[in-house]
Design a protein around this ligand. Structure first.
Ligand code: SAM
Ligand code: SF4
Length: 327
């Protein structure tokens, strides 16, 4: 079992399988993209599979596949097929922009991979296309509805962006009210490849909640697992639920059970911290298993207590892009 220096059990790995993406969301990276890693700096599928095996043996029982956009990797299903039969791994989830998932939906279902988070930051087509700097709204919307209708456990991630998409907060709740889906509103974080710098945000989770309760006064708070980063609610009469994720306010650090590995092998123990080492070269040596385990233990044993503590330690943290961290 992995236990950090603040006595928190770490059982959840967020594994970025690429830093590349076919969208250019303006809160995630600049229009021209970032300095994407060369191919030999990205893990191969065999390496990702070996890394997962090592970490599951150390106590990880949930892996979320993220990126970049996971489905830009043509060989992603090869990894997912291996993970699906990995003993000790109880939960495989994917975070995706849902542009490329269509051809894989049937096989995902067969593999039992049903927890899918879809990023959708607007239901107004023009707003969506402006934020993502591409024209894929219809494709994303169709794939989203297909996933929900086919019984996947879908959560929508909606980043609340001042002056960009706040007018869609109420409409997305109205649109989704008949579906079995959770709409989660996230505070914007300052990881956009350095294209926009900010030290505070206007749309905090409290403001988002007030905005929603002004429109829908009858809401009930739902029980959530202790390690959940979202505070969840149901609006009276709605089949869907909604959640608030204080990713900028960082109210959930006390129960954080996460470890991140970036597409190039960086170990990230807190979103607001710099990497605590890199696994790529270590994994590429012979008999790497023990060395990888040791490096993971070192990282987990020196985690910041909170995202605020991590941020204080590393003043330059804000130049990162989420496309390499994985969200
Ligand atoms: N491409 C996939 C997607 O968009 O779902 C997976 C990778 S993306 C980096 C993972 C998550 O990070 C998405 O839900 C995205 O909305 C979120 N994200 C990216 N930049 C962010 C930012 N600056 N603040 C908050 N969340 C962000
Ligand atoms: Fe791509 Fe996801 Fe970043 Fe948008 S949030 S640019 S879809 S990696």
């Amino acid at each position: 079992m992995l236990i950090d220096n603040h006595n928190r059990t770490i059982n959840y790995l967020r594994l970025a399988v690429t830093d590349r993406c076919n969208l250019r969301c303006n809160y995630c990276m600049p229009a021209e993209g970032i300095n994407f890693a060369k191919n030999n700096k990205l893990f191969t599928i065999d390496e990702l599979s070996k890394l997962s095996e090592i970490l599951v043996a150390q106590g990880i029982d949930k892996i979320r596949i993220t990126g970049g956009e996971p489905f830009v990797r043509k060989d992603l299903m090869v990894l997912l097929r291996k993970l699906a039969v990995l003993e000790g791994l109880n939960d495989i989830s994917i975070t995706t922009n849902a542009t490329l998932i269509g051809p894989y939906i049937d096989e995902l279902k067969t593999l039992g991979i049903t927890n899918i988070n879809v990023s959708l930051d607007a239901i107004n087509k023009e707003t969506f296309n402006k934020i993502t700097r591409r024209n894929e709204y219809d494709l994303v919307h169709n794939n989203l509805i297909r996933l929900i209708s086919e019984g996947f456990n879908v959560r929508i991630n909606f980043i609340v962006l001042e002056n960009q998409n706040t007018e869609d907060i109420i409409p997305i709740l109205e649109l989704m009210q008949h579906y079995n889906v959770s709409v989660r509103f996230l505070e914007e974080m300052p990881f956009n490849g350095g294209s926009k710098k900010f030290l505070t945000i206007k749309w905090t989770y409290k403001k988002i909640l007030k905005h929603i309760t002004d429109a829908f006064p009858e809401i009930t708070e739902l029980e959530s697992p202790a390690t959940s980063t979202s505070i969840n609610y149901r609006i009276k009469g709605h089949k869907s639920t909604f959640g608030l994720i204080p990713s900028f306010s960082r109210t959930f650090c006390g129960s954080c059970n996460r470890l991140r590995i970036s597409a190039t092998g960086d170990i990230i123990t807190c979103l607001y911290a710099k990497p605590s080492g890199n696994l790529r070269e270590i994994l590429r040596t012979n008999n790497s298993e023990e060395a990888v385990k040791e490096r993971i233990l070192e990282a987990v044993g020196s985690r910041a207590k909170t995202g605020f503590e991590a941020q204080e330690k590393y003043a330059t943290v804000f130049s990162n892009s989420m496309t390499s961290i994985g969200g």
